[in-house]
Design a protein. Structure first.
Length: 363
C-alpha cells in the first residue's frame, strides 16, 4: 500500500507540520523530560479529574516553572489538554508515550543511540560514512563496537532490535519449520534469540550461528546456559570480508534484520556466498521490514526514520529498504523469491522464501 502518493493538508496544516519538523528535537527532549521527571505519569494519574500545573509540580517534585514550560509545551505537542479551569489531562498520545512498547523502544533508541550522532547526518551523507559514530568510538561500523558501547546505550540498542524481532519470531517460526528445516545457519545471530527459539521449537534441529566475535560470544553463552550447546556450532565471521566463506552442508540459511546492515552491492556479495553454500534444494530465508509494503503509515514512518540511524551511526551505506530495491540485490546474487509473506506481526515484517536460480550468478 502506498501511503505516500498524496498528502491532503491545507496550507495552514502544512505550515503546522513544518513547525513540528522545525521543533522536532525540542518536542523530543520535552517528551523525554516529561517521562523522566514523572510529570506525564502524574497527569495521567489525575485521570478525568485533571490536575493544575502547580499540583503536578508539587506531586512530581519539580519547580513550578519547570512544570509550567513542560506542560505548556505538552499542549502544542498534543500530549495534554487543558480546560478553562487550568486542569490538565493526558491525551491518547500521552498514553502512548508512557505505555506503548514501540514508542518507548523508539524514544530510548533515538535518545541513547542516535541523538548526538545524528548531528553528523549531513556529513555522513556526503561522505558515505557513519560520521556520528565518533561520539562512541573509532570503529568503521557500530557492529564492531556494539559489545563495547556504554551499558545504557547497549540496553537501548538491544531493546530496539529485540522489539522488532520478538513480536515476529513466534509467528514466523511455524512457517519456517513447515518448509522442512534440519540444519540451519543463522547469519547475524546477535544474542542468539532466533537460534534459541528454533532449538526449543524443534528437538533435532542443528543451528550454526555466525556473527562478529563480540556478539557471537553472547549467543554462545546463552545457548550453553539453556543446555543446547550440543546442537549448535558457532562461527565468528566478518561477512564484509569477501573471502569469508559460508559453510556448506545446511538445508537453510536464515538472515533476520541482517541484510539491512549492508549496501546493495554488499547484499549481493553475501547472497552470492549463500548461493555457493546451499545445494540446489536449499532455502534462503530473509526476514526484513520494508517501508513500501506496510499496511499502516506509522510502521512505514518508523522504518524510514530508522534508515538514518544506519546512515549516521551504523555504517553509512545501508538502510531499511524499499522491497523492490532489496529484492533486486538478492536476485543479483543468484536467487529468486519463491514466496513473499508480508504483514507479519505488529512490526510488519516480510518473510522472503528464496530459491537458487538454475544459472549461478556471475562473480
Ligand atoms: C540488527 S542485528 C539483527 C539481529 C538478529 N538477527 C535479529 O533479527 O534480531 C544485526 C546483526 O548483524 C551483525 N553484523 C553486522 N555486521 C556484521 C558483519 N560485518 N559480519 C557479521 N555480522 C555482522 C551484528 O553484529 C548484529 O548481531
Amino acid at each position: 500500500m502506498n501511503h505516500f502518493s498524496k498528502f491532503n493538508l491545507s496550507a495552514i496544516q502544512a505550515k503546522e507540520a513544518a513547525q513540528r519538523i522545525a521543533f522536532g528535537p525540542v518536542m523530543f527532549q520535552a517528551a523525554q523530560a516529561m517521562r523522566r521527571t514523572g510529570l506525564l505519569m502524574t497527569v495521567r494519574n489525575a485521570r478525568n479529574a485533571g490536575i493544575t500545573l502547580e499540583d503536578a509540580a508539587e506531586q512530581t517534585g519539580i519547580p513550578v516553572y519547570g512544570a509550567r514550560v513542560l506542560m505548556e509545551a505538552g499542549l502544542g505537542m498534543e500530549v495534554f489538554t487543558v480546560d478553562d479551569n487550568g486542569l490538565y489531562r493526558i491525551t491518547t498520545t500521552g498514553y502512548f508515550l508512557l505505555f506503548d512498547d514501540l514508542t518507548i523502544a523508539n524514544l530510548n533508541f533515538v535518545d541513547d543511540v542516535c541523538y548526538d550522532g545524528l548531528a553528523f547526518l549531513e556529513e555522513s551523507i556526503r561522505n558515505g560514512k557513519p560520521e556520528g559514530l565518533r561520539v562512541f568510538g573509532k570503529w568503521d561500523t557500530i557492529y564492531e563496537g556494539l559489545s563495547r558501547l556504554p551499558e545504557d546505550v547497549q540496553k537501548s540498542w538491544f531493546a530496539f532490535d529485540h522489539h522488532y524481532s520478538d513480536g515476529s519470531f513466534p509467528l514466523v517460526i511455524k512457517i519456517v519449520f513447515e518448509l522442512g528445516v534440519q540444519k540451519m545457519i543463522d547469519i547475524g545471530t546477535n544474542t542468539g534469540k532466533w537460534a534459541l527459539a528454533c532449538l526449543a521449537y524443534h528437538p533435532d534441529v542443528h543451528i550454526t550461528m555466525m556473527d562478529l566475535p563480540g556478539q557471537l560470544q553472547i549467543a554462545e553463552r546463552r545457548v550453553r546456559e539453556k543446555g543446547f550447546a550440543d546442537r549448535t556450532t558457532a562461527i565468528p565471521v566478518n561477512i564484509l570480508d569477501e573471502n569469508a566463506v559460508i559453510p556448506k552442508g545446511h538445508d537453510t540459511i536464515w538472515m533476520s534484520q541482517f541484510l539491512d546492515c549492508f549496501s546493495e552491492q554488499e547484499i549481493t556479495s553475501i547472497v552470492r556466498r549463500c548461493y555457493d553454500a546451499l545445494d540446489e534444494n536449499g532455502k534462503l530465508l530473509i526476514l526484513e521490514n520494508f517501508w513500501d509494503v506496510q499496511e499502516h503509515y506509522v510502521a512505514a514512518l518508523t522504518i524510514q526514520m530508522t534508515s538514518l540511524y544506519f546512515t549516521a551511526l551504523a555504517n553509512g551505506n545501508s538502510q531499511m529498504y524499499d522491497s523492490r530495491v532489496f529484492i533486486k540485490a538478492v536476485e543479483a546474487g543468484g536467487f529468486y523469491v519463491e514466496k513473499q509473506i508480508n504483514h507479519i506481526g505488529e512490526a510488519g515484517h516480510t518473510l522472503l522464501v528464496c530459491r537458487k536460480k538454475p544459472i549461478p550468478p556471475t562473480h
